[in-house]
Design a protein around this ligand. Sequence first.
Ligand SMILES: Cc1cc2nc3c(=O)[nH]c(=O)nc-3n(C[C@H](O)[C@H](O)[C@H](O)COP(=O)(O)OP(=O)(O)OC[C@H]3O[C@@H](n4cnc5c(N)ncnc54)[C@H](O)[C@@H]3O)c2cc1C
Length: 465
Amino acid sequence: MRRAVVLGGSVAGLLAARVLSDHADEVIVLERDDIAPSGDFGGGQGPRPGVPQGTQMHALLDAGRRKIDHWLPGFATEIVADGAALADTGTDVHSYLEGRLKVLVGGVEMISATRPFLESHLRRRVLALGNLRLVTGRVRGLAFTGDRVSGVRYLGGQPADAGDMAGGVADEELLDADLVVDATGRASRIGAWLQEGGWPEPQTRRMHVDLGYATALFRRPEGSDGATLAQSLATLPDGRLRLGTLGRVEGDRWIALVAGYADDRPGRGMEEFLLRCKEDPAAPFRRLAEDGEPIGEPVAYRHPDNRRRDFHRLDRFPAGLLAIGDTLASFNPIYGQGMSSAAIHASCLAAHLESGRSPRDPAWSYFKQVRAVVDDAWQTSAVNDLKLPHVTGPRPRGFKVAARLSDLIVRASVTDPVIHRRFLDVAHMLSPVKTLMRPGTVLRAARAVRKQDTPAAGAPLDVTV
Ligand SMILES: Cc1cc2nc3c(=O)[nH]c(=O)nc-3n(C[C@H](O)[C@H](O)[C@H](O)COP(=O)(O)OP(=O)(O)OC[C@H]3O[C@@H](n4cnc5c(N)ncnc54)[C@H](O)[C@@H]3O)c2cc1C
């Protein structure tokens, strides 16, 4: 290819650009925020407007860590040397179910850092590639030639000066391309852009989960916790489900997240934040409320829905166009799958390009491959989200059985190291969900739950499957 253009310069866009740099003479990343090294957001490590979720807790799962290290060798070592934490599930990642610490099993590693820190490291590595160029501008639409996308229409400059002007519109510019990759995220306008060119738009499936997040930073005394990363899932006596994550990040700080659904969304104040930590039965959260010194106020964030765009169901699609990352699917963030999904999509992109298929044909093989990745992550998220009483569905066929099996595995993972390791492999996107449904795993989990002296939570589980 002569030129590939990536729309959006966040995690998915940067990883797509890295892959494309092996296949195109020139790769252009078109991003509306000024993320050039000398730009408003390029040098700094604070959140930026184009990635509002950047204020919230982000952890990189093992699949993402491995994939990013594959595409950018030494990435994990580099970011850890700069202050991020590398946490091994055998020692430093403590998971709690209803306040009970799960048995520790090693071999799965994750990275804990603030999201802007992680992204800035990725950006520095990718922008250093010789055949890559960054253009600051806002995408307005696609250009079509016959049956293919032949470029991108955009407004140069940052949103403040590139938006609609009083009484008129700033001049649109055109970038021609052999391949365009949409990485503009969950709010992508790709459907409208396709329609403008006379193409059908992909169906967008949404699941309203109404999740509320609040994230805050803390300083803590040396040695205040045995874990580098702690996760908690707990049900309050009145039935509300509470989720929390706590991790050491760069700058010797701790980042903490508290989350709840629907009317139980956390607010913005520190007092409420600390109260939620105290209410959590997992010890690290109560300790944080006692020994943590807050840095600033918590930042709240609302995630209304999970969504996925079903490109694979279209019967017509132009050549020269692909989508990656949250544009394809964005899930309940509590499972932390987004950046790892983007990294796996990037590998699917590489496989597609290496297969020798021409960018002048529609990328059906790519959409087929990423569908499997999306299906798996969607299933992990959907099976659990559909158990929530306020989530209306639709519940797919076989949901009840899947939900009971998933409860069984989660309960068993508290005490059984083999089940916990299999669970971690799926949670970290190293193995497909179906591995947890194998008869041997289910039987072992059922035995483990029976053996537990006291059930881990709520009423004893009926393990008859
Ligand atoms: C609250 C929350 C917590 C999360 N926690 C985790 C976690 O712990 N672990 C994890 O792996 N993932 C997590 N995620 C998911 C993660 O943030 C995303 O999956 C990840 O950023 C990949 O997204 P992306 O690059 O596809 O899109 P985004 O990160 O949304 O980036 C889209 C980019 O496109 C640009 N853009 C948009 N429109 C235009 C336009 N018209 N023109 C030019 N540029 C444009 C934006 O400025 C931005 O840079 C979380 C998400 C949320 C909401």
